[in-house]
Design a protein. Structure first.
Length: 298
């Protein structure tokens, strides 16, 4: 379907209508600024939803802030703003005229569903007659030892969620809780049993920082490196653990006793510098206090 977006007729006085092409973080920010200034904004995005590729990022330069923490508020504001009309899954075919007097032709691609009634439940995907179920080969990775007990534990988790594709993320979380990491063979089993592409499972496993594709230690020491903790000497605490256990940040000791990691912020700035050991918070840490905390796992 082709839609005409006309700013004004030549005989009429100018009105405030703006066409923004691209619904990424820049397009949303521009649309919100213009909409708040009183302009009617048509936001055109070629993908089925706005947001762009920023959601795929872990951190943003130069502040290392969480990408989704920056993106989410703009997604919500742009989605509900009355002055912004979202034309997703659409492309601009042509723009004619000049500033203040322009006409744009936008192609709105067929969705096969009524977008006004869509709630995002995913029911249409489950009942779509054009549905390809992948059948990835069951290839056992070389170099990984898989026991019958391990396979039974994964099978139990799959049965707990009825082997439903909608439970993929929850299943990975439970597998991670059991093994403390995500072995490659477990990802292949999840892919085959749920009938989802292995690439989709890998995207989930690599997108969330809480997951790990490498074996983690029996104990996990996490040092907050947010601004408040950093200025209070958090980097010295990291160096102290590195020296004592012979590991770098993001590594695990050879005996799988300890994994050292850093995070940007845990939201407890008043307790900085902050160290988490196996999920337990230890605030206002000093070198001496950290030495006492680590005594139990030496």
């Amino acid at each position: 379907m082709t839609e005409n977006l006309t700013n004004r007729n030549r005989e009429d006085p100018p009105i405030g209508a703006v066409l923004v092409v691209g619904g990424g973080i820049g397009g949303m920010a521009a649309s919100l600024d213009l909409a708040e200034s009183g302009y009617r904004v048509y936001l055109v995005e070629k993908e089925p939803s706005i947001g762009g590729t920023m959601a795929q990022l872990d951190k943003t330069f130069p502040t290392n802030d969480c990408a989704m923490c920056t993106l989410a508020p703009r997604l919500v504001d742009a989605g509900k703003h009355l002055n912004i009309e979202k034309l997703t899954y659409s492309e601009v075919l042509s723009v004619e005229g000049e500033a203040g007097r322009f006409k744009a032709r936008v192609l709105k691609k067929a969705r096969s569903v009524d977008s006004a009634k869509c709630t995002g439940c995913g029911s249409c995907m489950e009942h779509c007659v054009v549905h390809n179920r992948p059948h990835p080969p069951q290839v056992e990775p070389v170099g990984e030892s898989i026991t019958g007990e391990d396979l039974s534990r994964v099978a139990e988790i799959l049965d707990r969620y009825g082997r439903a594709r909608s439970g993929t993320l929850a299943i990975l979380q439970d597998v991670f809780a059991v093994f403390k990491w995500l072995p490659e063979w477990s990802l292949r089993v999840v892919s085959v049993e749920l009938g989802v592409p292995l690439t989709h499972v890998l995207r989930l496993a690599t997108f969330f920082k809480a997951f790990s594709l490498k074996p983690r230690g029996k104990h996990v020491c996490t040092v907050c490196m947010g601004t408040a903790c950093h200025v209070r000497g958090a980097s010295k605490l990291v160096e102290q653990v590195e020296r004592e256990f012979g590991v770098k940040s993001g590594e695990t000791t050879a005996d799988l006793n300890l994994t050292l990691e850093t995070v940007n912020c845990v939201g407890a700035c008043a307790l900085g510098p902050l160290v988490l050991l196996d999920g337990e918070y230890h605030g206002n840490m000093t070198s001496t206090a950290l030495d006492k905390v680590l005594t139990a796992i030496r």
